[in-house]
Design a protein around this ligand. Structure first.
Ligand SMILES: [Zn+2]
Length: 618
C-alpha cells in the first residue's frame, strides 16, 4: 500500500467511524394522544396510546410513569422541600435572612393552593395489550404491576385514559402565570413513561429538578377554544385549518365549524412534548435555512415587542455559527415561547418568562435536546455544556469578542469552592443540599469542564471533540464516561483522570512557584503542586526584551501531550508524575533577563489560587 492510498484509506475510515453510533440499546416509545382542553375549568381529558419497545435484554415486570402535576398539591414532596424542612437548608445572608432555600420560585406557594388551583393527573384506566393493569399512584410516580411481563426485545401497547387539572403556575408548568399572564404553560403535563436503561428504571419523584425521557415519536391532537394560539414541540399538521400565521403564505385558512379547534402536532424522534397556549399570543416565524423555521410566540401586553422580536434576528445571525461549532440542529422547527418561569428547555421549543434566556435555552437543543443525558444524574453535562455553548455563541454575536468569554463561569466556580458548600458533580440534581451548591456546580463548573478540557487537549481538539460527541451520541443518552471516551479518541490522550478528579470529587487545582535560581548562565524554575488535583502545565516566560518562551509539562496520566496551540513553538518536557509535588524547568537565559514568569497565562486551568501563579521581576 502506498503512502497516498494509506492516507485515503485513513480519511475514509475516520469519516465513517466518527459517524457510527455506539450500539448501546435504548427503549423506544410512540405516543398518540387526543386531548380535550376545557379553558373554563382548566381541566383536560385525554387518551394515550403508547407503543413501547423493550429493546433491553431484560424482562420487565413493572413499568413506571411520571405524574408531574401531582407535585402541585399541599403536602407534596416538592412542597415540603420548598418550605425548607430539615436543617440542611440553614444559613443566612449578611442581614441575617435565611438563605439556601430550595427554590425561591416555590417557597410556600404550593401549600397555599386552593382545590381549584392545585394540579393533578388522574389515571382513569390503563391497559396493556387490551388487558386492564393494576397500578398505584405514588404522588408524582405511577407504578404499574404488569399482569404479564414484557419479554426482552418485544413490543407492547398501553392504552390509558386520564384527566388532569392544570395547576396555577408555580414552577415551570401551569396556568395564569402571575408574572407574564400567559394562560397555559403545558410542560410535564401528560403521564410520561419513565426511562429504563442500563441502570434500570429512573422513577425520579418530582421535587424540583431536571428530566429524563424515552426517545420516540409523538402525535398529539389538542382540542381547545378557537381563540387560543398554540406553540410547542412538533410540526403542526393541519396549519391550513388553524391559521394564526402557521399556514403557508398565500393559502386560505379553512377552519372547521364549532367552538374548538383541534391542533394536530407530530414530533419525530424526541423525548418529551411541551405546548403553550394563550389567546393573546403574537406569532412570528422566520425561515433561517431551507428546512428550518424559527417561531416566536409572545404576549405583547406583558412583553416588550422590540426585545422579544429581536430574538429572531439574533437567532438567525447565530444559527450558522452554532451549527458549525456544535453540529446541525436536527429538526425542522424551533419555537421561542413566552411562558413558564425563567427559561426551560424542551424538544424543539422553550418556555421563557422573559426574552433574555433565549440563547441558553436554544443551546439546550444540543445538550439535552439531541444529546439526551439523564439531566438528574448529569446536570453538568446539560446545564454546564449549555452554559459553555451560550457564552461562546454570545461572544460570537458580540462581534467575535475574543476576551476570555468563560471567565464568569470560572469566577462562579471559585466562589463555590470558597463557600465550602461544594458537592461533587456526581450528585443527583435533586439531592444537592442547597441551590447555592447546585447552580454553580451544574452551570459554572460544568462550563469550566469544557473550557478547561481545551486547556488539556488544545482548543482545536476540544472543538473536534464537541462535533465527534454530537455525531456519536445524537439521539442517545450519553453519560460522563461516554463523553470522556469521545475526548480520548479525538485527542489520543488518556483523560479518565480528568473526570475522576473534576467530576467525581471536589478536589481543587493549585499550582505555584516554588523558587528560581541561576546556574551556569541558565535559569532554573521550580514549580510545585499544592492542590490535590494534578494537571498538565503551560508556563510562559516573558523577557525584558519583549520576547517570550512557552514551556509545557504534560501530566503522566495523559500518556501524551497536547499539540502546540496557535502555532506557538514551545519546549516540551517529560511528563510530571502525578505523585510528585515539585518539578524543575529551565530556560537558557539569565535570571536578570526575565521580566514575568507565569503558570497558565491563558487562565483556562481552574487554579483556585492564581496569585501564586505569577512572579514579576521588573
Ligand atoms: Zn439551562
Amino acid at each position: 500500500m502506498t503512502k497516498k492510498t494509506l492516507l485515503i484509506f485513513t480519511a475514509i475510515f475516520s469519516l465513517t467511524s466518527s459517524f457510527a453510533q455506539p450500539d448501546r440499546w435504548q427503549q423506544k416509545v410512540k405516543y398518540v394522544m387526543d386531548i380535550d382542553m376545557n379553558v373554563q375549568t382548566n381541566r383536560l381529558t385525554g387518551t394515550q396510546k403508547l407503543d413501547y419497545w423493550n429493546n433491553s435484554p431484560d424482562t420487565l415486570y413493572k413499568v413506571f410513569y411520571h405524574l408531574y402535576f401531582n407535585a402541585f398539591q399541599p403536602g407534596s414532596m416538592m412542597d415540603n422541600r420548598s418550605r425548607r424542612q430539615g436543617t440542611i437548608y440553614s444559613g443566612s445572608d449578611r442581614n441575617g435572612n435565611a438563605l439556601g432555600d430550595w427554590d425561591s420560585r416555590v417557597r410556600d406557594r404550593i401549600q397555599n393552593l386552593k382545590p381549584d388551583e392545585i394540579g393533578y393527573q388522574k389515571i382513569l384506566s390503563l391497559k396493556m395489550n387490551g388487558r386492564a393493569q393494576k397500578f398505584e399512584v405514588l404522588e408524582t410516580v405511577l407504578e404499574v404491576q404488569l399482569d404479564k411481563p414484557i419479554p426482552p426485545r418485544s413490543k407492547v401497547v398501553f392504552d390509558m385514559e386520564f384527566e388532569a387539572q392544570v395547576p396555577l403556575q408555580i414552577r415551570r408548568s401551569g396556568r395564569d402565570n402571575p408574572n407574564t399572564g400567559v394562560r397555559y404553560s403545558m410542560s410535564q403535563w401528560y403521564p410520561k413513561l419513565c426511562e429504563y436503561d442500563y441502570e434500570g428504571w429512573h422513577p425520579t419523584p418530582y421535587v424540583g429538578r431536571e428530566f429524563y425521557g424515552v426517545w420516540g415519536d409523538y402525535d398529539v391532537n389538542i382540542s381547545i377554544d378557537k381563540n387560543y394560539i398554540l406553540g410547542g414541540t412538533g410540526y403542526l399538521q393541519n396549519a391550513s385549518q388553524i391559521g394564526y400565521g402557521y399556514e403557508a403564505s398565500g393559502t386560505k385558512v379553512n377552519r372547521p365549524a364549532g367552538d374548538k379547534l383541534t391542533w394536530k402536532f407530530t414530533a419525530p424522534n424526541v423525548h418529551d412534548f411541551m405546548w403553550a397556549a394563550d389567546p393573546e399570543f403574537k406569532h412570528l416565524s422566520r425561515k433561517v435555512r431551507n428546512d428550518l423555521t424559527l417561531h416566536l410566540l409572545y404576549r405583547p401586553t406583558t412583553g416588550n415587542p422590540a426585545t422579544w422580536e429581536k430574538i429572531l434576528d439574533d437567532a438567525q445571525k447565530a444559527q450558522p455559527f452554532i451549527e458549525k461549532t456544535f453540529g446541525p440542529y436536527a429538526y425542522k422547527q424551533y419555537s421561542f415561547i413566552h411562558g413558564g418561569d425563567g427559561g426551560m428547555e424542551y424538544p424543539m421549543a422553550t418556555l421563557l418568562a422573559s426574552p433574555g434566556a433565549w440563547l441558553h435555552e436554544w443551546m439546550h437543543s444540543w445538550y439535552q435536546g439531541m444529546m439526551a443525558t439523564n439531566e438528574s444524574l448529569y446536570a453538568w453535562m446539560d446545564e454546564g455544556f449549555t452554559s459553555y455553548a451560550d457564552t461562546r455563541v454570545s461572544a460570537f454575536l458580540k462581534n467575535n469578542d475574543t476576551s476570555f468569554a468563560q471567565k464568569g463561569s470560572y469566577q462562579s466556580y471559585f466562589s463555590l469552592v470558597k463557600s465550602n458548600k461544594e458537592e461533587p458533580l456526581t450528585t443527583h440534581a435533586d439531592h444537592f443540599n442547597t441551590n447555592a451548591a447546585y447552580s454553580p456546580a451544574a452551570y459554572s463548573k460544568g462550563a469550566v469542564f469544557l473550557e478547561q478540557l481545551g486547556y488539556i487537549t488544545g482548543a482545536a481538539t476540544r472543538d473536534k471533540i464537541l462535533l465527534d460527541y454530537y455525531w456519536l451520541w445524537r439521539f442517545k443518552h450519553p453519560n460522563a464516561a461516554d463523553f470522556i471516551r469521545v475526548s480520548e479518541k479525538a485527542s489520543g490522550l488518556k483523560l479518565d483522570w480528568y473526570k475522576e478528579y473534576f467530576v467525581n470529587t471536589i478536589k481543587t487545582i493549585n499550582y505555584a512557584f516554588d523558587s528560581l535560581w541561576e546556574e551556569g548562565g541558565k535559569t532554573n524554575i521550580r514549580l510545585k503542586r499544592i492542590g490535590l488535583m494534578p494537571m498538565p502545565i503551560d508556563f510562559q516566560i516573558t523577557f525584558k526584551d519583549g520576547s517570550r518562551e512557552l514551556h509545557y509539562i504534560p501530566l503522566d496520566l495523559m500518556y501524551g501531550a497536547k499539540p502546540a496551540e496557535n502555532d506557538i513553538t514551545r519546549k516540551v518536557y517529560p511528563a510530571w508524575k502525578w505523585t510528585n509535588e515539585k518539578y524543575i524547568i529551565q530556560t537558557d537565559r539569565k535570571l536578570g533577563d526575565i521580566s514575568v514568569a507565569e503558570i497558565d497565562p491563558s487562565q483556562r486551568m481552574a487554579d483556585t489560587e492564581r496569585q501564586n501563579n505569577r512572579i514579576d521581576l521588573q
